[in-house]
Design a protein around this ligand. Structure first.
Ligand code: ATP
Ligand code: MG
Length: 487
């Protein structure tokens, strides 16, 4: 009871101040017969009014401060004595390995709004749904953000179902200091996931194409334009960001429509030389004038072999089949895997959707881009190439972030950039690097590092041609694995 009153001491002090103030003002109002005050009221009415208000305010504030002070002194004296409450200890901590769903224990939960130990503390836990949102850790330098938050949190996440290839969590660590990655590596090693650690870097031998994913071209373009703003400063005119986004969006869309694969270096060349854009649009128009040949695959085989890893134009042609615009390399790849496929003219909605996108591209090129003043076009181009040129002129950056499509298949075509000096040893789509739930379909947010991915593969092994058999004789999936490590 007493502690409850003490906890509400601010409220009590306010009540006391109110009562004393009302009583004081009624009993001792500002004297009206004081000759000095009467003189002030006569000569300086504003000053007299100020004095009146000040007097009234003091009747409230003085008792408030007095009551607060007394309350605080009393609280200090009271809190020194241990409360006669019985405190229960925390419930047993559930190790990450035993949790039914991924969750993050941040610490202990006590009182919500005041300090002190709660009689019935609980673990402060973020459940699975909360893990899809962000967590921000704030604190000044050296206050333990990394050691007390990042290390234990990541440790919990990587330990969850660490031996379950379908459910274990993946993650992308981006850091500038350089020591956190080593810590994560040690955590993975401790739970038997050492092979899951892949470092994308200029000299790490692992490449990554940020443009090769299932994100919408607009989302990718917007992200690049935002990056440009962060790196080189944001213009006060929204026009520039919009112009960068627009140009990047249509070039990425064009390359995806034409070849189904693109890199930063290629986008850079197309932006520098817009005759290439014109050429590709013409090529695309000619190719889509009549239903083009497509490669048709059953949905089951498509799921099994995941050719979308390197060819991103798959679309559902009917309830049971996926189709992809004909590509000789893709056909060779499927043939090498002994997959049942057929080549025939497109029939479903996919072709119409591609025509629609091609027309949108054509409209943008003729009615928007080509009509811009040449100097304005140069300014827009210059704003983008200042960033993209890095991927063209720096061989190490090019190797790491602009790998050829074949890198996603674990193979190298003669003449691929990877053969020149240090060869990229494998590739990751963004999907391989982010965390999530495989049941929800969005692979770029999923724990996607499955059995077999990220494992060593001797160069001569290449792509598996036979489907391996399970002990029971059933055919097991093989994957055209994009990750391979070569010594
Ligand atoms: N509550 C604590 N008790 C004891 N040592 C602590 C505590 N918090 C941090 N430290 C120690 O302080 C040092 C700095 O901690 P840490 O690197 O986690 O801080 P940080 O907030 O991440 O710093 P920075 O802002 O530089 O990244 C570490 O050696 C850590 O062990
Ligand atoms: Mg830190």
């Amino acid at each position: 009871m007493l502690r409850t009153l003490l906890d509400a001491r601010t409220l009590l002090a306010m009540a006391v101040a109110l009562a004393v103030g009302v009583w004081g003002l009624r009993t001792y109002p500002l004297p009206s017969d004081n000759v000095f005050l009467a003189l002030i009221a006569l000569r300086r009415p504003d000053l007299h009014q100020g004095l009146q208000y000040g007097y009234a305010t003091l009747w409230f504030t003085t008792p408030f401060f007095g009551a607060s002070l007394l309350g605080s002194l009393f609280a200090i004296a009271m809190y020194r004595h241990a409360p006669r409450l019985t405190f229960r200890s925390l419930p047993p901590y559930i190790p990450p390995e035993d949790r039914p769903a991924p969750s993050l224990v941040l610490g202990e939960a006590h009182h919500e709004t005041r300090p002190g130990r709660a009689p019935d503390p609980q673990w402060l836990t973020i459940p699975q749904r909360g893990l899809y949102t962000g967590v921000m850790v704030l604190g000044s330098v050296g206050t333990g953000k990394t050691s007390a938050c990042m290390y234990p949190y990541v440790d919990q996440l990587v330990r969850w179902r660490s031996h379950d290839a379908d459910h274990k969590l993946g993650g992308l660590v981006m850091e500038v200091k350089g020591d956190f990655c080593r810590q994560v590596q040690a955590m993975l090693r401790a739970c038997g996931r050492e092979a899951d650690y892949v470092e994308v870097g200029l000299d790490s031998g692992v490449c990554y194409n940020p443009l090769h994913n299932d994100l919408d071209p607009y989302a990718v373009a917007y992200a690049i334009a935002t990056l440009l703003n962060n790196l080189f400063g944001k213009s006060k005119e929204p026009f520039w960001q919009q112009a960068y986004t627009d140009l990047l969006k249509f070039v990425i869309l064009l390359r995806r429509l034409t070849d189904g694969y693109t890199t930063f270096a290629e986008v850079y060349r197309y932006i520098l030389d817009d005759k290439l854009i014109d050429r590709d649009i013409r090529k695309l128009k000619a190719a889509l004038a009549s239903p083009p040949d497509v490669i048709r695959l059953s949905k089951a085989d498509h799921h099994l072999y995941d050719p979308g890893r390197a060819w991103s134009h798959w679309y559902p042609e009917d309830a049971d089949h996926m189709a992809h615009p004909f590509d000789a390399e893709l056909e060779g790849h499927l043939a090498s895997l002994n997959v049942q496929y057929e080549v025939r003219p497109a029939q479903g909605d996919g072709w119409r959707a591609r025509c629609h996108q091609m027309e949108a591209l054509d409209r943008w090129y003729i009615h928007s881009w080509s009509r811009l003043d040449t100097r304005l076009r140069s300014s827009i181009t210059e704003g983008i190439v200042v960033f993209l040129s890095l991927f063209d002129d720096n061989p190490a950056v090019h190797r790491a972030f602009c790998p050829p499509r074949s890198a996603y298949l674990g193979t190298r075509a003669p003449g691929d950039p990877g053969h020149r000096t240090q060869e990229p040893r494998g590739c990751h789509t963004s999907a391989d690097l982010f965390v999530g739930d495989p049941g929800r379909g969005r692979r770029d947010r999923l724990p996607v590092r499955r059995e077999g991915e990220g494992r060593s593969r001797p160069p001569e092994e290449g792509i598996s041609r036979q489907r391996p058999k399970s002990p029971g004789g059933k055919t097991l999936p093989t994957r055209a694995d994009g990750v391979s490590r070569r010594a």
